[in-house]
Design a protein around this ligand. Structure first.
Ligand SMILES: Cc1cc2nc3c(=O)[nH]c(=O)nc-3n(C[C@H](O)[C@H](O)[C@H](O)COP(=O)(O)O)c2cc1C
Length: 139
């Protein structure tokens, strides 16, 4: 990848339109995201719990803008709120196109903890999401 790529990271949270629909949608969202994000060189993570989404996206500014415009218009969620956006030194989620933490009873509390921190401390939420994945991959 070009060293001149100006990497940015966006963190947002949103409300699923209907919590019970959200889980079903997740597989669909991930399939499309994986395809598009690979094409656009975007990496990140998507978490869902209790009807709320939390997503981190990293890549070039124009690719992030284009993707965020589509995401904002998606009727599967609303109240899309960007809690953090800025330059990033490197990719935190570089190994993955777009991953979702599996929602298992064991993971639930950890995922909730990440999403709960979305507004008050987005940086900590990103870090916690990253740790969550490390453990998931290791498990
Ligand atoms: C919570 C949430 C996260 C999403 N994340 C992504 C994403 O990372 N990349 C992406 O391309 N689409 C994402 N989407 C889907 C977009 O809203 C949109 O449906 C999709 O980009 C359309 O792709 P297409 O034009 O190739 O059909 C997400 C949707 C939701 C509801």
């Amino acid at each position: 990848m070009s060293g001149r790529l100006e990497l940015e990271r966006i963190v947002y949270c949103s409300q699923a339109r209907r919590p019970e629909v959200a889980l079903q949608s997740l597989a669909e969202i991930l399939a499309v995201s994986d395809r598009n994000n690979r094409r656009d060189n975007l990496t990140g993570v998507l978490l869902i719990s209790r009807g709320r989404f939390f997503q981190v996206l990293e890549g070039a500014a124009q690719d992030l803008d284009r993707t965020m415009s589509r995401i904002r218009l998606d009727p599967r969620h609303h109240d899309v709120e960007i809690v953090s956006r800025g330059p990033a030194r490197g990719r935190l989620f570089g190994q993955w196109g777009m991953v979702a933490a599996r929602v298992t009873p064991m993971r639930q509390a950890q995922i909730d903890a990440v999403i709960d921190r979305c507004h008050e401390d987005p940086g900590a939420a990103v870090e916690a999401a990253r740790n969550l994945l490390d453990h998931q991959i290791a498990a």
